[in-house]
Design a protein around this ligand. Structure first.
Ligand code: 3HC
Length: 312
């Protein structure tokens, strides 16, 4: 590395000029991006599983087609993000096997079970709602392909969040007491894991300081989490839901909601692979990888043939 290259890189970061695949970049910047983008992609793909569990049990054709469209969107999000990781030199199959072998992560939230139809609405409203807060910020990330992938993903994410909130509104406003109780049970199970999606407190975060310096991240974990809470609490109140946090209250002074402590032991357990559904999710992904091997092999063979033809 020459000082001139590093100065040029740092100057581009300072001026919010996007770093592109062919630009010189510090190896550590490349590695941090491969780590975050690949884990983001894994989250999109594993995130399809909890919802797929309810596809065959959707209460109407309309609800089934909305859920189908959403799940298909998530597959597309995974594809964009794996492609963005490939621009940094991350080989697709190696990246996927790194997750299957536990060497790469995916979002903890997808290791919780979906026990009722209300969970489909809760995932759309809370999980995609949290993802939107995080991903809108990532539209301004310093790495060009990642920022551009986020623009497309955020547009689709808004549909995901709206359909989830509409589903819950139907249940609580037009449903019966049993359905309202089903929604309350759902938020009781998903509220705290949704807050964990934003990662550990910044003071405990291993990557945030450097990510902020490189403008991979534009805000810290705690700031985005707080933004999500401030947006979501009034929406929960409109639905007549009780958020399972007795310490949650509006703080006139700060202009934010104060909230209770997050159970970081639970978070660590789930991230380490000991959540309620980790084993199921990985077994399903391994089986899909095995059964889909022939598609990858055929695609690679076709690609190799095309390259030979082109070179001739
Ligand atoms: N689940 C699993 N691991 C998590 C996590 C979570 N909720 N939060 C943090 N971690 C991991 C980090 O990956 C890191 O481990 P690593 O160094 O081995 O990668 C460690 O915990 C410490 O966390 P840091 O805060 O230091 O890590 P980051 O700076 O990477 O911040 C992040 C974590 C905020 C998740 C950041 O990686 C990020 O913004 N990623 C992109 C967005 C993303 O991946 N979202 C996941 C959900 S996608 C989704 O919901 C799709 C929707 O359509 C359903």
């Amino acid at each position: 590395m020459s000082n001139a290259e590093l100065n040029k890189f740092e100057d581009k970061i300072a001026r919010d000029v996007k770093i592109e695949p062919r630009d010189w970049m510090p190896e550590a910047y490349r590695e941090s991006l491969i780590r975050q983008i690949s884990q983001h992609a894994h989250s999109e793909i594993v995130g399809m599983l909890p919802e797929a569990n309810w596809l065959t049990r959707a209460p109407s054709l309309r609800r089934k087609s909305i859920l189908m469209a959403k799940i298909q969107d998530e597959a597309g999000h995974g594809l964009y993000l794996y492609c963005a990781a490939e621009t940094l030199g991350a080989e697709r199959q190696a990246t996927i096997y790194a997750m299957l072998e536990g060497k790469m992560k995916y979002s903890s939230i997808f290791n919780y079970p979906t026990r009722s139809w209300a969970d489909m609405g809760m995932i759309g409203w809370l999980v995609d709602g949290a993802a939107i807060v995080n991903q809108v910020a990532l539209q301004r990330t310093s790495y060009g392909p990642y920022a551009r992938a986020m623009v497309r993903i955020c547009k689709e994410e808004s549909f995901h969040q709206r359909q989830g909130y509409e589903l819950l509104t139907e249940l609580v406003k037009e449903g019966n007491d049993e359905q309202r109780a089903m929604v309350q049970d759902s938020i009781n199970r998903f509220w705290w894991p949704a807050l964990m999606m934003f990662g550990p407190h910044d003071k405990d975060s291993t990557n945030t300081d450097q990510s902020l310096e490189w403008k991979i991240k534009r805000f810290g974990n705690d700031e985005l989490r707080q933004k999500f809470i401030d947006i979501t609490v009034p929406q929960a109140e409109y639905l007549g839901l009780t958020i399972p946090d007795p310490d949650l209250k509006w703080n006139e002074e700060t202009g934010h909601y104060d909230h209770g402590p997050i159970d970081w032991q639970e978070f660590k357990q789930v991230v380490r692979g000991y959540g309620p559904c980790n084993k199921d999710r990985m077994n399903t992904r391994r089986q899909a990888q095995e059964e889909g091997k022939w598609v990858v092999e055929a695609g690679l063979a076709y690609d190799a043939k095309q390259r030979v033809k082109k070179a001739a």
